[in-house]
Design a protein. Sequence first.
Length: 233
Amino acid sequence: MNKTQQWIVSISLMALCVILSIRPATVCAIEPIDLSRDDLSLKIRYVHEDVPLAGAAFALYRIADLDEFANPTPMDSFADFSGKITDAGENGEWNDLAQELADYLTGHDDILPINHGVTDSDGMYTISQLTPGLYLVIGHPVRIDGTNYTCNPFLINLPNRESDADDWKYQETASPKPGAVHQEIIPQRPTPPQGDKLPQTGMLWWPVPVLVSMGLFCFLEGLLQKKDRTNEK
């Protein structure tokens, strides 16, 4: 073996060592997603200051399919967001994208959620029998005991993987933080009765006919007395 051949073999061995040292860290560190599973679930825990919020409505939209390594392929209804979904996943800008998708759905009533419901007395709402995908959760405003609660839309991968985890979570729990707006209830003034309006001075109508009658009586009495004096002359 000449020097050229030895040099080629050495470079090849070095390249092979580099490849073997990199691939386990980027690809083989976690098992691929089991795309055949249809038993995934998402639990929404809706609590404000340790108080469960019952009766809050949530809607779930399927935004994209996932491959075995969680790379998304948008559904046809969201094909225009293909680039944004990829960029958001790489840059962690999920909140901005979630709000943009929610605004988009406001003007597209033909796109229906795959599931919707309300939280129970414990502030819990569970969605079962889901398949791997990227999902958008939209929470609707709810008023409880004089307080309005709002929830920002959010995106979640199912199955989900935390940054320091080495496996996929096929049963996930999300705890969105509700915003609370306290509103003072101002009592309304009673509606004034319909019909004849009362005088602006505060007088009542009932003395008017009495005074008119008394005036007419005095006028007639005066006429009679004047007639009697004329006859006496």
